[in-house]
Design a protein around this ligand. Structure first.
Ligand code: SF4
Ligand code: SF4
Length: 128
């Protein structure tokens, strides 16, 4: 049996693994400001996509008995519309990397993807 060994302390709740898992063995649910990710004890599919997609190296395969794992995260609200959109851990992981590339914090720092798109579009409209 190939077990799925997830280091909960390394997981940032980014959903890369659940998004890439075609058979949906890894499930993600967002309800209000809570994100729940449920990992199975094992996976016998001929696949290693979740392991490769995980940005923090939280997933490994093993041969032990294995057990399912459920992790819970708080989602932070968008600073414009208030919709919960990302985990604190995810933002803390991503922002320093983005800021390093940009040479400063991005102006969309607290925005959800929809509000970020809106802001970009209104910026373009002003420019035009
Ligand atoms: S190995 Fe592939 S099929 Fe199995 S849990 Fe990971 S992404 Fe899903
Ligand atoms: S890809 Fe890695 S860090 Fe992201 S939710 Fe899955 S296990 Fe956690």
């Amino acid at each position: 049996m190939r077990t799925l060994e997830v280091a909960g302390e390394k997981c940032i709740g980014c959903r890369a693994c659940s998004s890439i898992c075609a058979p949906l063995h890894i499930s993600l649910t967002d309800v209000g400001n809570r994100r729940t990710i449920a990992f199975p004890a094992s996976c016998e599919e001929d696949c290693d996509l979740c392991l490769r997609a995980c940005p923090t190296g939280a997933i490994a395969f093993g041969a032990g008995p294995g057990k399912p794992l459920t992790l819970e995260f708080e989602l932070i609200p968008c600073s414009k519309c208030g919709k919960p959109f990302a985990t604190r851990e995810e933002m803390a992981f991503v922002l320093p990397k983005v800021s390093k590339v940009l040479g400063g914090e991005p102006d969309w720092k607290g925005l959800c993807p929809e509000c970020r798109r809106e802001e970009s579009a209104s910026g373009l409209r002003v420019a035009i």
